[in-house]
Structures are given as C-alpha cells and as structure tokens.
Design a protein around this ligand. Structure first.
Ligand SMILES: Nc1ncnc2c1ncn2[C@@H]1O[C@H](COP(=O)(O)OP(=O)(O)OP(=O)(O)O)[C@@H](O)[C@H]1O
Ligand SMILES: [Mg+2]
Length: 219
C-alpha cells in the first residue's frame, strides 16, 4: 500500500469555450484512510477522481502512486497498472444484465487475472450482505446492486478504490450501509476515495476534501 500523490493537477475541457474542471489540485492520499470529495455540481469531483485513477489525462500536473508516475506510462501501460492496483465503482453500477450477481463479481477477477474464483466471489458477496448471489442484477434492489458492484471491485484486491457518487440513487438507509462498507475497506489498509453530494455521509470518512471550481478549498 502506497501514497497516492497529486501534484498541481489541472484539467481543461473544450476548445472554443474552455471549462477549467480541475484547477491546481495537490494532495497526498494515505493508505488506510477514507477520503470524501465534496462540492457543488460541476466543482470537478468526477474529473478529479478520473485524473487520480489515471482514466483522464491532466493538462498539467502529475499523479504518483508509490514511485510510479501514472502519466509517464502510455495508455496501455496505464490501463494495466490501473487494473493491477486500482478499482473504480460507478454510480450507475454497470453490472452485466444477463449474468448473475456471482458471475458479475467473478468477471471482475477474470478481467484482471484471466481466472475466476467463485468461492471467493461468494464470500465477498456474503460479507456485503448478498446471501443469494444467483439472481440477475434487476432482481436486486438498488442498494444490493451497488453492493454487488463494490464486491466486483473488491475481488480484485485493489489498493485504491474510487467511488463516484456510489449512493446517488439510493435511499438513506442503503446509503449509510454503502458508506460503512467503503470506510471499512480503508481500515484494511486500502485507500478509499469517494465523491459525494451528501455531507453527512462524507463526515463518516476520515478526511473530507471540499472542492470549489476545481480547487481544494479546505479539509
Ligand atoms: N467531458 C467533458 N467535456 C466538457 N466539459 C466537461 C466534461 N466533463 C466535465 N466537464 C465540465 O467540467 C466541470 C466539472 O465537471 P465534473 O463532472 O467533474 O463535476 P462534478 O463535481 O462531478 O459534478 P456533479 O456533482 O454534477 O457530478 C463542469 O463544468 C463540467 O461541465
Ligand atoms: Mg460528478
């Protein structure tokens, strides 16, 4: 587990009309800690997560994980590196509709290693409260589907987990459960970085980072 360091990240979208989505973001994310990124709509939360995860390339600045600079690698190398060390949980789950929960989770590991481990997939789902993993995604509630998506991320044993508005479509009870799961993962020595609108949920993380116009305003 290593430090994830952002140095002067800047991302500008658009050619004619330019939007500065992230504007000089520097920070060190420590292993074993959970971080909430909060801020109004358009403040750059999603863009920041994409930059930190190496999905988007910054116009200026660097992301360093341990002693590796993410953007010194090419696209393929960075994709490989991301698969080896990071996992990303999206608001829309992106579960495969025709596969069972178990197979969706197995697929997460298969994409990384070319192998499956149904026993482990079942165990992880169970710890997240999914005891019957044989159903298709639409047969689960939204909260359950999000937990399946988290299980699919966890089975790859990621060192850093990013989650972008993972509770955006959930009620408050399910949202609290998801945050408990995510902050619990950090206790295992992983780094957890979650973008959210919800300040109450954010406060359950170890650190809350406030973004405004792509800038870190206080912590
Ligand atoms: N692919 C893109 N092309 C052009 N502009 C973009 C793109 N992605 C984001 N932006 C702009 O960059 C700014 C930051 O967007 P971002 O999605 O990071 O904000 P956010 O904090 O995640 O917002 P929300 O809370 O609504 O999800 C916004 O002004 C947005 O319109
Ligand atoms: Mg967003």
């Amino acid at each position: 587990m290593k430090v994830l360091k952002a140095e002067g990240l800047k991302k500008v979208y658009g050619k004619k009309v330019k939007t500065v989505a992230v504007d000089g973001f520097s920070y060190e994310f420590m292993p074993g800690k959970s971080y909430a990124v909060v801020g109004p709509s358009g403040s750059g939360k999603t863009t920041l997560l994409y930059l930190l995860a190496g999905i988007e390339v910054p116009d200026v600045g660097r992301v360093i994980y341990g002693d590796i600079a993410l953007f010194s690698m090419g696209d393929d190398g960075r994709a490989r590196f991301r698969a080896d060390h990071f996992a990303f949980v999206f608001q829309q789950f992106y579960l495969i509709p025709y596969l069972s929960a178990l197979d969706n989770v197995s697929m997460g590991l298969y994409l990384k290693t070319g192998k499956t481990d149904p026993k482990r997939a079942r165990e992880i789902l169970k710890t997240l409260g999914i005891t019957d993993p044989s159903k298709k995604p639409y047969e689960y509630s939204g909260g359950e589907q999000q937990r399946i998506a988290i299980a699919r991320a966890l089975i790859t044993d990621p060192e850093v987990i990013f989650a972008d508005e993972p509770t955006g479509n959930l009620d408050s009870k399910n949202s609290a459960t998801i945050f408990k799961v995510l902050t619990g993962i950090a206790v295992e020595g992983r780094t957890v970085i979650v973008a959210t609108h919800d300040l109450d949920l954010a406060s359950t993380c170890d650190v809350v980072l406030h973004l405004k116009d792509g800038r870190l305003v206080n912590t």
